[in-house]
Design a protein around this ligand. Structure first.
Ligand code: FAD
Length: 448
């Protein structure tokens, strides 16, 4: 078959690129190795509980993703006002987290000395040359206590990673730019207060799966080949010749462009041309620690804590076994049956990776013990669900920019090869989708 663009990977990035291409009048075909579309998005319904095994919410900004969703017919479900409140574990108890830098002054999470250090932020040393880690940046600007007590848990809530390895420039480019432009986060906060982008935390009535489902409907099932095992990817004069197996049957497509929208750790097994494979080899080592997402349902009266917030995160210094827990049913309607609550806990990440290799019953026991201790949860859950990720979230560690430079060189050598996915421009779903849309537009330009 002849196709304009062959996309490898039917996660949100591959699907969003395919939809954008189709709307631009170009025919895509998407090859997906697993038996379902949606990648990291996994919504599960059981006995009145609606569980997210992957992303559980997203931040909508006026950046094009909202319009994209609107065109797909998606109706965002706004998070409750309670979701603005977050808890950080301190001395074995969940304590309300400060809202922004200015709130840090009144928080019981920092000692007086820690607060004075935060107040000294405008006088912090200038940024050193090179790719600074998030940990070094926060210690330099806000002090060691703020790094340990405030930033470490918040960062682990996004990346399940390590602030001593994550690159400030790559993982939090906005903070890096704020320092570059204003010389201080406090000054940037004061200047930008009015101009701050309006961000809304949302999910959907039917869960995050509404996103891939709506894109699959637009594309039609024939444009997405599930269970496809790619056998060869060869460059020829017109573009690319790609072969794959589906249920033992061989298929061939001639495509003008190829878009890699699958996880870089899987590129090792992709039969790419030898020189391309060699160029991309450093990407195989991209860190993405394992994670277990454990959802437990309880009758409301089993939980002593008011769970009146988005959730709680535990800093590493607290030495808890869990990374944090989301109070799902407090944030979004329809997550638990009447009179019940749904708590989703994250175990593993770079902090406690080995815990994820324990069997499911042991992992659930760990979570139950922690919830008992931190939230006063009593008795057995009425519902349990676990999603295990061997490689959850790619880490934008120091050196990530040099990995991205390899993609730029690959695209120079192979001008009709493109890349998209959560390894390119941010791990959050909106950033991933936006990158996919932008890349698809670049392809449309190329094919004009
Ligand atoms: C547990 C968890 C919680 C998260 N929470 C949030 C959150 O709350 N908010 C938020 O904004 N983001 C969150 N994220 C991040 C976000 O979900 C991901 O970054 C995003 O979904 C990644 O999309 P993607 O299309 O790049 O990759 P993926 O979703 O990983 O999709 C890649 C696809 O490629 C396929 N594939 C791989 N190899 C091949 C191959 N050889 N051939 C064909 N297909 C292949 C895979 O099967 C998969 O379907 C979370 C992620 C995880 C794992």
């Amino acid at each position: 078959m002849n196709k304009d663009v062959l996309i490898i990977g039917a996660g949100p990035a591959g699907l969003a690129a395919a939809v954008t291409l189709l709307r631009g009048g170009v025919e895509p075909i998407v090859l997906e190795s697993s038996s379902r579309a949606g990648g990291s998005i996994v919504t599960h319904r059981e006995n009145g509980f609606l569980v997210e095994g992957g992303p559980n919410s997203l931040m909508l900004e006026k950046d094009g993703v909202e319009d994209f969703f609107h065109q797909l017919g998606l109706v965002p479900l706004e998070a409750s006002s309670e979701a603005k409140k977050r808890f950080l574990v301190c001395a074995g108890r969940p304590v309300a987290a400060p809202a922004g830098l200015f709130g840090a002054i009144g928080t019981p999470l920092l000692s007086l000395r820690g607060k004075l250090r935060v107040l000294g932020e405008p006088f912090a040393r200038r940024a050193p040359e090179g790719d600074e880690t998030v940990g070094a940046f926060v210690r330099r600007r806000l002090g060691a206590e703020a790094a340990l007590r405030l930033v470490d848990p918040l960062v682990s809530g996004i990346y399940a990673g390590d602030i001593e390895k994550l690159s400030l420039r790559s993982a939090f480019p906005r903070l890096h730019l704020m320092e570059e432009k204003y010389g201080s986060l406090v000054l940037a906060g004061l200047r930008k207060r009015r101009a701050a982008p309006v961000r809304r935390m949302v999910n959907f009535a039917g869960g995050m799966a509404e996103i891939p489902n709506s894109m699959v409907r637009v594309l039609g099932e024939d444009r997405i080949r599930l269970g496809a095992a790619v056998q060869s990817i060869e460059k020829n004069a017109e573009g690319w010749r790609v072969t794959w197996l589906n249920d033992g049957e061989k298929h061939v497509a001639l495509a003008r462009c190829v878009l890699l929208a699958c996880t870089p750790q899987n590129w090792e097994k992709l039969p790419l041309p030898a020189s391309l494979s060699a160029l991309l080899r450093p990407w195989h080592l991209l860190a993405a620690p394992p994670l277990s997402v454990i959802s437990l349902g309880y009758a409301r009266e089993q939980v002593a804590h008011p769970i009146d917030g988005f959730g709680m995160l535990a800093p590493g210094v607290e030495r808890r076994k869990i990374l944090g827990t989301l109070f799902q049913s407090s944030c979004f309607k329809g997550r638990a049956p009447d009179g019940h609550v749904l708590l989703t806990t994250f175990l593993g990440g770079s902090r406690n990776a080995t815990l994820t290799s324990e069997d499911e019953a042991s992992q659930i026991k760990i979570v139950r013990d922690e919830l008992n201790d931190l939230l006063g949860v009593r008795g057995s859950p009425v519902f349990t669900h676990i999603t295990r990720w061997n490689r959850a979230i790619p880490q934008y560690n120091t050196g990530h920019e040099s990995l991205l430079a390899l993609l730029a060189s690959a695209s120079k050598t192979y001008p009709n090869l493109f890349f998209t996915g959560n390894y390119c421009a941010g791990v959050a779903l909106p950033k991933t989708i936006l990158h996919a849309i932008t890349t698809a537009r670049d392809i449309l330009e190329k094919l004009k």
